[in-house]
Design a protein around this ligand. Structure first.
Ligand SMILES: Cc1ncc(COP(=O)(O)O)c(C=O)c1O
Length: 431
């Protein structure tokens, strides 16, 4: 058992089994997984077909150094480029986790400019709030203050701009405000020194499913194109159908230059993340003889086999097409439960990535004092009642409960999620 404290939560016992949308504790209690763990599980738990291909691959090609081809690797890359990634993004690099994937993406962006003889174009712009991982650089570029505890002094400073947060935006034209904020941030640095913007198209758990205003992405990407600033779309949470489109950026009219998709790639059955680069970017690296270094366990054959099978299941069962309609049912039920709630400031999100934000006062939108840990209390009470939620938010976004169930969730289970959340919110906030 790890000595680190996050293994244990007094409200949950050892999980000994998982099946469909449920986790089972060693005392027999069943937990409805309303957040897919950390917004990971998409095809549901316990799919034997995935276990079978993992076993087969383990026997077939247990470990093979990442740059060598195996049938599992070939099949996954073929499926990703054929069915999932945009056509111009045919270069795929894989890592284990999302943090490593974002590291690789940022390195590719810097190498792209260096390959053109522009080593000064090396700054990566991040946004606040955001989360891109927990390595030294992903923490530094990200806007997740609480995860920088005890590290801040050692983190390199990256330019940071505001991520759209509509609930608290007082500007008369929010799109203008946030686009201008981005442009001003880059101009202050000098665009000729900026390599890339890294951003989640819809801010995940750190902001609680923050959807930007219409036109934001189109205008930001137009500016980036003009200044040859690459857009790294961090789709670690939003990828593979989570928000109703294959990737989050597809809700808007732009294509990123580099895209990182982890979590849902193997639906929680294996640790694997794919980093896609457009041919334009990859060709520059190739022409300069630059490589993207792999990790020992990158593209592990069993993980590739699991990912290929999960994507196949998503395709054959048409699960991504179910995300938007199920998301609408979820949203409608959340609105029914919380639209007039005195302590719910907003209900938001897309597809099966949604959240509610708790506030001390709905009229003034005053947040609760952080020390009250209201979001955590609601999540713990809901756990006791048998449903797992992801308590998110950080910095200026406080007390959000994120919902991201498997795409196989049914209407009755959505009802259980909303009823339990409603009871937990009432018990914590109205007492
Ligand atoms: C948007 C986003 N990017 C990156 C990461 C980091 O991924 P990992 O925890 O797999 O390193 C996460 C994890 O929650 C995430 O939500």
């Amino acid at each position: 058992m790890s000595a680190w404290p996050y293994i244990h939560n007094q409200h949950v016992k050892t999980i000994v089994r998982s099946d469909g949308c449920y986790l089972y504790q060693d005392d027999g209690k069943r937990l409805l997984d309303a957040c897919g763990g950390a917004i990971v599980t998409n095809i549901g738990h316990g799919r034997r077909e995935v276990a079978e291909v993992v076993a087969e691959s383990t026997l077939n090609t247990g470990y093979v150094i990442p740059p060598w081809l195996t049938p599992e690797r070939a099949a996954l890359v073929e499926r990703l480029t054929r069915d999932w990634f945009p056509p111009e993004m045919s270069h795929i690099h894989t890592t284990c986790g999302g943090s490593e994937g974002n590291e690789a993406a940022m390195k590719i962006a810097v190498q792209y400019h260096a390959a053109q003889g522009k080593p000064e174009k090396c700054k990566i712009v991040g946004r606040n709030v955001s989360y891109h991982g927990t390595t030294i650089t992903t923490l530094a570029v990200g806007g997740h203050e609480s995860r920088k505890t005890g590290l801040k002094h050692a983190l390199q400073i990256h330019p940071s701009v505001e991520a759209p947060y509509m609930l608290r935006c007082e500007a008369s034209d929010p799109t203008d405000h946030y686009v201008q904020q981005f442009i001003d941030g880059v101009e202050k640095e000098d665009p000729t020194t900026v390599a890339a913007l890294i951003a989640e198209p819809i801010t995940g758990a750190s902001g609680g499913a923050l959807v930007p205003p219409d036109d934001y992405w189109e205008r930001v990407s137009a500016y980036c194109k003009e200044h040859d600033i690459l857009i790294i779309s961090d789709e670690v949470m939003t990828g593979y159908g989570r928000t109703g489109t294959r990737f989050g950026y597809q809700h808007w009219d732009f294509t990123p230059d580099i895209m990182v998709g982890g979590k849902g790639l193997a639906g929680g059955y294996a640790p694997i993340t794919a980093v896609g680069s457009t041919d334009r970017v990859a060709d520059q690296l190739a022409s300069a003889g630059f490589d993207v270094m792999f990790h020992t366990f990158s593209a592990h054959p069993a993980a590739c086999a699991a990912a290929d099978k999960v994507l196949q299941i998503l395709e054959e069962e048409d699960l991504v097409a179910q995300v938007a309609p199920k998301g609408e049912i979820l949203m409608k039920q959340l609105e029914g439960a919380f639209s007039n709630h005195p302590h719910v400031g907003e209900i938001r999100g897309k597809g099966l990535l949604q959240a509610i934000e708790l506030v001390a006062n709905r009229d003034t939108l005053d947040a609760y004092d952080s020390h009250e840990r209201i979001g955590g209390k609601v999540a713990n009470l809901a756990l006791e009642k048998g449903v797992c939620f992801y308590p998110g938010g950080n910095g200026i976004v406080k007390d959000v409960l994120v919902i991201g169930p498997p795409y196989t969730i049914n209407e009755e289970q959505i009802g259980d999620i909303v009823r339990t959340l409603s009871e937990a919110v009432d018990e914590v906030t109205l007492n």
